[in-house]
Design a protein around this ligand. Structure first.
Ligand code: PLP
Length: 452
């Protein structure tokens, strides 16, 4: 029989353990700088206005007749007089979205195709590669809807575990040191060996570019290199466009295989195209590569699990055929893993991505989120410098995206938690989105106290 008594206790996921401890803390001063989810200036989750608008038809369905639907009342855009709001032509984008959904013959609870919602995956790939890109025109992109970014990394890892062993290629995946902790377990679970390349320079709290280049140059040919497309998690440190060019050159010379993970497009700079710059450069250089794409952060669709995995073939006469074969294998893997991806999040993102007015509004929402985070970076740095806190704090504003590596030691992180009720991961990473105009000074003073 299955010896279940031999199954060892696994440790709790550190991030979710941190979240649990924060919830249990009864201090009115507590601050959550742990989890990587956007919060507004009131420390509340932010449902993007564009997403609310896309959701309108669901509100109608639920609130018909009673007008008391909880979700309806939570929808601030439409708070109050529902009929009045509906008549208000100033809210036109919502009406557009409603029309689109109402007329959508697929609006039901049937299975999506194995590869997911085509109008979602094709727009998702355009977001990364640009509209009318060469790979799309040459039919050398295969896209599969996944269980958010995690599912995309997993599907990619599984695909490589099965097929990345031809021509004596090195199956090891090189991860940045540090990286998103889940990368380690995802690749380990599918049997791909892991190595690391230096990334974060503790002294400058910036990129260890020389170390990174050396490691890429020394890695055996055809290694798999995992790259964060933008807004590196956990450090908030990204290569410059010039550094990306150098990275691509080394990888090309070594025939390495790029595996891009992009979970923060639009979140880093507020500009979708700029945040896809690294990927587009590699595409222009003719790399064959894969991309794991998440819509959790940039659409605020965390729990809806909307994401995509993309394979892009190098330009070659038989690239389209290669891509077709890859797509067929991805479909087989997807079938055995999840059969079909979930509808709701993909549908919302798809409507917003495919409608001009809603797309423009989404871009505006992205600027709101990235702008608030940039303001918080400036605010935190200014307060620390005002307090003359020992050390330099320029890295807080130099780093981008949701996270910052503060440089606090494990002991300081423990102290700031026990004495000030401020929660962050023990490597000193803070989620900038946890800061707001009310707590930024408190956090700065707490950092000052534990650093002195
Ligand atoms: N990749 C990176 C680097 C991340 O930071 C995250 C989320 O934190 C993900 C992938 C996947 O997130 P999700 O599965 O929620 O899309």
């Amino acid at each position: 029989s299955f010896p279940a008594e031999a199954v060892p206790q696994a440790p709790e996921d550190p991030l979710f353990g941190l979240m649990r401890a924060y919830k249990a803390d009864t201090s009115p001063d507590k601050v959550d700088l742990g989890i990587g989810a956007y919060r507004d200036d009131n420390a509340k989750p932010w449902v993007l206005p564009v997403v609310k608008k896309v959701r309108i038809p669901f509100f109608f369905a639920f609130s018909e007749g009673t007008g008391t639907c909880e979700r309806w009342r939570n929808c601030q855009t439409w708070k109050g007089d529902r009929n009045g709001a509906v008549r208000n032509s100033a809210l036109n984008p919502a009406m557009v979205a409603e029309e689109i959904l109402r007329n959508d013959p697929e609006r039901n609870h049937e299975y999506l195709p194995i590869a997911g919602l085509a109008e979602f995956t094709s727009r998702a790939s355009e977001l990364l590669l640009g509209v009318s890109s060469a790979p799309a025109a040459e039919k050398r992109v295969a896209s599969v809807q996944t269980i958010s970014g995690t599912g995309a990394v997993h599907l990619g890892a599984l695909f490589l575990a099965k097929f990345y062993k031809l021509n004596g290629a090195n199956r090891t995946v090189y991860l940045s040191n540090p990286t998103w902790a889940n990368h380690n377990q995802i690749f380990t679970n599918v049997g791909i060996p892991i190595a690391t390349y230096p990334y974060f320079d503790k002294a400058t709290k910036g990129l260890d570019f020389e170390g990174m280049k050396r490691a890429l140059a020394e890695a055996p040919e055809r290694s798999i290199i995992l790259l964060h497309a933008c807004a590196h998690n956990p450090t908030g440190v990204d290569p410059t466009p010039e550094q990306w060019r150098e990275i691509a050159e080394i990888m090309k010379a070594k025939k390495h295989f790029p595996f891009f993970d992009t979970a923060y497009q639009g979140f880093a700079s507020g500009d979708l195209d700029r945040d896809a710059g690294s990927i587009r450069h590699f595409i222009e250089q003719g790399f064959e590569l894969v991309i794991a794409q998440s819509f959790a952060k940039n659409f605020g669709l965390y729990g809806e699990r909307a994401g995509c995995f993309h394979y892009v073939a190098s330009p070659a006469a038989d690239a389209a055929e290669t891509t077709t074969r890859v797509a067929s294998q991805l479909a087989i893997l997807q079938r055995s893993e999840i059969s079909n991806p979930p509808i709701y999040g993909a549908k919302i993102a798809s409507i917003a991505l495919n409608d001009k007015a809603l797309f423009a509004e989404w871009q505006e929402n992205l600027r709101t989120m990235s702008g608030r985070i940039i303001d918080m970076r400036k605010g935190l740095r200014a307060k620390l410098e005002e307090l003359a806190t020992p050390g330099t704090w320029n890295h807080i504003t130099d780093q981008i995206g949701m996270f910052s590596f503060t440089g606090l030691t494990e002991d300081q992180v423990a102290r700031i938690r026990s004495e000030f009720h401020i929660y962050m991961t023990k490597n000193g990473r803070i989620s900038m989105a946890g800061l707001n105009t009310r707590n930024v000074e408190y956090v700065a003073k707490a950092i000052d106290a534990v650093v002195r």
